[in-house]
Design a protein around this ligand. Structure first.
Ligand code: DX5
Ligand code: ZN
Length: 223
């Protein structure tokens, strides 16, 4: 079982007119990373932002940036995210016919590589690329929008991945993304996740980022 709890707020619900301030606030509130949900209107119907927006924030905070590319042909775009200052670039297995090559290319650009799995994609999709991954992201909603309901049946995939990774001997993080909040995080943590993306739970807490992030951390630790 993973022991660390890392909280990676997604800025999808942020006020984009104040994106810099929002990211500074997340850093002050103790976030571990910033999670950038990049959508291209093709791999998923929604459209968000790209590398120029991410680059405009880079000098404002020192938190690591992870970009979650929900885009087709992510290998074409990877260099732009390295230039934008992302430490970790996550691509969807479903968007990469040559996943092994794409992960190698991301690493050659100086970033860590992650692989995201849609709810219908099995854990075995990453079995032969664990040596190239820093992280496997288990989607606990179907990608495209924030604020959706957590799919609890993904916990068995988290547990399967955790066991596969532990057996492999590689150090790979298991991240969950979608519907993560105080009511769902403990079960995901109990299944073996250690990195938790949260959008709505962080941005809709009336008591602020600090409260939201501490509450998530405490709930995860109580798994
Ligand atoms: C879904 C995105 C998520 C998601 C998180 O396509 O990858 O990061 O928006 O938002 P919440 O926490 O609101 O589900
Ligand atoms: Zn995401």
């Amino acid at each position: 079982m993973a022991s660390e709890v890392l909280i990676a707020p997604s800025v999808l619900p942020a006020d984009f007119a104040r994106l810099g301030e929002e990211c500074i606030g997340l850093e002050k509130a103790g976030a571990d990373r910033i999670h950038w949900d990049v959508m291209d209107g093709r791999f998923v119907p929604n459209l968000t932002f790209g590398p120029d927006v991410i680059a405009s924030i880079r000098s404002l905070v020192s938190l690591p940036f992870e970009a979650h590319l929900m885009v087709e042909e992510p290998h074409e775009l990877a260099p732009r995210y390295a230039e934008a200052g992302c430490e970790l670039l996550t691509v969807h297995a479903e968007a990469c016919p040559h996943l092994h090559r794409t992960l190698g290319a991301i690493r050659e650009l100086g970033m860590d590589a992650g692989v995201a799995l849609n709810p219908a994609t099995p854990a075995s999709a990453v079995a032969h690329v664990l040596d190239l991954c820093q992280l496997v992201l288990v989607m606990t909603v179907n990608p495209g929008w924030g604020g959706q309901s957590y799919i609890a049946s993904m916990e068995s995939k988290v547990a399967e991945l955790r066991a596969m990774i532990d057996k492999s001997g590689y150090e790979v993080e298991v991240e969950v993304d979608g519907g993560i909040g105080p009511a769902t995080i403990a079960a995901a943590a109990g299944a073996g996740a250690e990195v938790f993306v949260a959008g709505s739970a962080v941005f809709s807490d009336d008591l602020g980022f600090n409260h939201a992030i501490s509450q998530l951390r405490e709930a995860a630790a109580a798994r």
